[in-house]
Design a protein around this ligand. Structure first.
Ligand code: NAD
Length: 347
């Protein structure tokens, strides 16, 4: 922390509904007395507008310096050949673990979901080399389209990264009193990727034998079992693309994307965000659900050791929702701002 006793942190309001849910979240953090000294920076469309780049140098420098960021959703500008802004940030700071806890706050379809999905964040198909190959055997009549006849996407995992992400999952389980880690894979079809992930995963699991249990699932069966009986899952660890898909599925079990926070953790930096995107359909209407970003702020408080404030925030969210104050995605009528005020009143 700096001379004021505050912790320097980067704040990226983001695109679409980002500025609205960020304002709601900082309102609640201020009321909590959260110790962050914000350095406000732009990225995504807002970065392009303000600084001429979707990932401005000043934003990168800020995150590098503070090591800590709270980030609204970002829209990658289309056209112009820009790479995904989020993937760029994850790669640049080697944010290898994407930790996505999902817990039922509003009972609906499922009463007591409590699952933490840990997604490998820097390899897999998100680091894929993609290219076209011409498809042979044509009569030449289709010209350019035939030159792009075959789309190749070559993703990869390394043994070192599989060890690092599975170890992160087991350390998380130990630190949070969790009982089991499930390795999720597709080793029956993606045989080499699956082999490396499972071999390294089980080696790491052996170090935790007797303390944290380990089992494994094929990803398609896992998706089905999550719908049938989510209570059989505790911590799930999986490769990048499967983690992307399963974490959205799990957010559906707890009331949708508006409820799901995520932490992107590296050795030196960490970026906290909502799992959802910039929701252009809702932007500027004041009705977006800020719970996911508020829960992300809770994870950020935990990350800096502010567990008491993190717990107060979660309790206030719980009681606000229990009192029936909800945004329209949860069937309520509250605006983003009214919801934030209701949470702040309970702190
Ligand atoms: P999205 O998550 O923005 O929206 C999907 C659906 O969920 C929409 O109907 C939306 O209204 C709803 N929704 C999302 N967040 C909500 C909230 N807080 N409250 C209420 N409803 C909410 O996904 P999309 O439409 O596929 O993507 C839109 C843009 O966001 C794209 O440019 C995409 O690349 C980007 N994106 C960014 C991130 C990120 O920054 N981490 C993640 C995913 C998508």
């Amino acid at each position: 922390s700096n001379v004021t006793g505050k912790i320097p942190a980067t704040l990226i309001p983001g695109d679409g509904i980002g500025p609205e849910i960020t304002a709601a979240t900082t309102h609640v953090l201020d009321k909590l007395g959260a110790p962050f000294a914000w350095d406000v920076q732009q990225a995504g469309m807002a970065g392009l507008k303000a600084e001429g780049a979707p990932v401005p140098d000043s934003t990168m420098a800020s995150i590098k310096r503070t090591g800590l960021a709270l980030k609204g959703p970002l829209t990658t500008p289309s056209g112009g050949g820009f790479r995904s802004v989020n993937v760029t940030l994850r790669q640049a700071f080697d944010l290898y673990a994407n930790v996505r806890p999902a817990r039922t706050l509003v009972p609906g379809r499922y009463e007591e979901v409590d699952i933490v999905l840990i997604r490998e964040n820097v390899e897999g198909f998100y680091a894929a080399r993609e290219y076209f190959l011409p498809q042979g055997g044509g009569d030449g009549a289709h010209g350019a389209a035939e030159a792009e006849g075959m789309a190749v996407t070559a993703g990869y995992v390394t043994r070192a990264e599989c060890r690092r992400i599975v170890r992160h999952a087991f350390e998380y389980a130990l630190a949070h009193g969790r009982k089991k880690v499930t390795l999720v894979h597709k080793a029956n079809i993606l045989k080499l990727m699956g082999k490396v992930f499972l071999e390294e995963g089980h080696k790491v699991a052996a170090d935790y034998a007797g303390r944290v249990a380990c089992d494994e699932r094929i990803v398609d069966a896992c998706a089905m079992q999550l719908c049938l009986d989510p209570s059989q899952f505790d911590v799930i660890v999986t490769t990048n693309l499967f983690g992307d898909i399963l974490s959205d599925q799990i957010s559906g079990l707890i009331g949708g994307l508006g409820m799901a926070p995520g932490a992107n953790i590296g050795e030196k930096q960490a970026i906290f965000e909502a799992v959802h995107g910039s929701a252009p359909d809702l932007a500027g209407r004041g009705v977006a659900n800020p719970v996911a970003l508020m829960l992300a702020a809770g994870l950020m408080l935990d990350h800096v050791g502010e567990h008491a404030r993190a717990n107060s925030l979660r309790q206030a969210l719980d009681s606000t929702l229990k009192a029936g104050v909800k945004t329209p995605d949860l069937g309520g009528t509250a605006t983003t701002e009214a919801f934030a005020k209701a949470v702040a009143e309970r702190l």
